[in-house]
Design a protein around this ligand. Structure first.
Ligand code: SF4
Length: 366
């Protein structure tokens, strides 16, 4: 492919959701995929490093260019109340619109800065075939921010739907409402990942994101489209563990999404440029979980602490343990087929169906 011009390469495609600028900015474009809304001069890249203005038009450079593909349990996303026990094909590209100094996937999310673009090119049909061959129930767009590989998500999701697969994304939520609208019913579920409780100072200083507020707007757009939503919050000790922000977030979820939306408090582990920050103490996670429950949330989970009682699901009405988990595995499923508590009959907030899984560990498939 060395002799091909950039726009002739299969992974370089005209982008979606952008506009040409005028009034002295002829040849410039504005990308409307994420809330950065980058204004990009000819020959330059957006902040994510994978969208380029070529000759006055915006191109994605990572169409179908997969940096990873694995078979994962859906609980790893984490999605605990959506098709529990199912298996997904997880795919990613490179680049990100955030610059989290603790990113566990920094090798792919920040790779454009250090190693250039890379990946294995796959068409949407090939991705879906992989999912079907490995017996996956759906496809998850994850590891790096799916917003920035929107065109791949769109085309793969469309193909997946033809074959009865569901689509989920793990996102930082910094999408524009237009991007959510365009995906519409192609996406079935989203895990929206907050960090540091959504503290604006944490977002500015540790992630180089100007303001987390637009994330809430995107979540409401997802809700309008009928996407299943679970919210996570990575608790970073000392820097991003303020109880008032978790309280505010929990209150917002109760008021806007309902008290039974799953809320996950995730344990931080040292990585990338924050290797000097320790793991989150379990006591901190437990304290924040109590706060979220005080605000009315019924399904508060602690993630990345295997064996913790808050990996399990309890009936909001009678307190009976209805799902027993160990890490990403379901050890015991006690709900009825229509997600009712077997003890009191209360109907819990789940979507889809329970599928007992015979694969519990991630498998690379690329
Ligand atoms: S997706 Fe990339 S180019 Fe588009 S607005 Fe976001 S950071 Fe900028």
């Amino acid at each position: 492919m060395g002799s091909l011009r950039l726009t002739e390469r299969p992974h370089v495609r005209k982008a979606r959701l952008w506009v040409k600028l005028s009034d002295g900015k002829e040849g410039w474009v504005r990308c409307d995929l994420c809330q950065r809304r980058c204004v990009i001069a000819p020959g330059k890249y957006g902040a994510c490093g994978v969208r380029k203005n070529i000759g006055g038009e915006l191109y994605t450079l990572v169409y179908g260019l997969l940096s990873a593909s694995n078979i994962d349990p859906i609980e790893k996303k984490p999605l605990l109340h959506f098709y529990p026990g199912s298996t997904v094909l997880s795919i990613s590209t490179v680049g990100c619109n955030f610059f989290c100094q603790f990113c566990q996937n920094f090798e792919i999310s920040q790779s454009r800065l250090e190693k250039g673009l890379y990946g294995v090119y796959r068409t949407p049909e090939e991705v879906v075939r992989l999912a079907l061959v490995y017996g996956a129930d759906g496809i998850t767009y994850t590891y790096n921010e799916p917003t920035i590989f929107f065109e791949t998500v769109y085309d793969v999701a469309k193909e997946a739907k033809k074959h009865g697969l569901f689509n989920t994304m793990v996102t930082n939520g910094y999408m524009t409402p237009e991007a959510v609208d365009e995906l519409g019913s192609l996406i079935d579920a989203a895990t929206v990942d907050f960090k540091g409780g959504g503290d604006p100072e944490f977002y500015r200083k540790i992630m180089f994101v100007p303001d987390p507020e637009p994330i809430y707007e995107a979540i409401l757009a997802m809700k309008d489209k009928g996407w299943w939503i679970e919210i996570t919050n990575l608790v970073v000790p000392i820097l991003g563990d303020k109880p008032e922000y978790v309280r505010r977030m929990a209150r917002w979820i109760v008021e806007n999404l309902g008290p039974e939306v799953p809320f996950h408090l995730l344990r931080f582990h040292p990585d990338y440029k924050l290797r000097h920050v320790p793991h989150t103490p379990v006591k901190t996670l437990e304290k924040l979980a109590r706060i979220a429950m005080e605000e009315g949330l019924k399904h508060v989970y602690i993630g990345n602490v295997w064996g913790h009682p808050l990996e399990d699901t309890y009936c909001p009405k009678c307190g009976y343990k209805v799902v027993d988990r160990e890490g990403f595995a379901i050890v015991e499923w006690r709900l009825t087929s229509d997600f009712r508590c077997p003890r009191c009959g209360y109907k819990l907030n789940f979507r889809g169906e329970y599928t007992p899984r015979n694969i519990n560990y991630p498998m690379p498939v690329m």
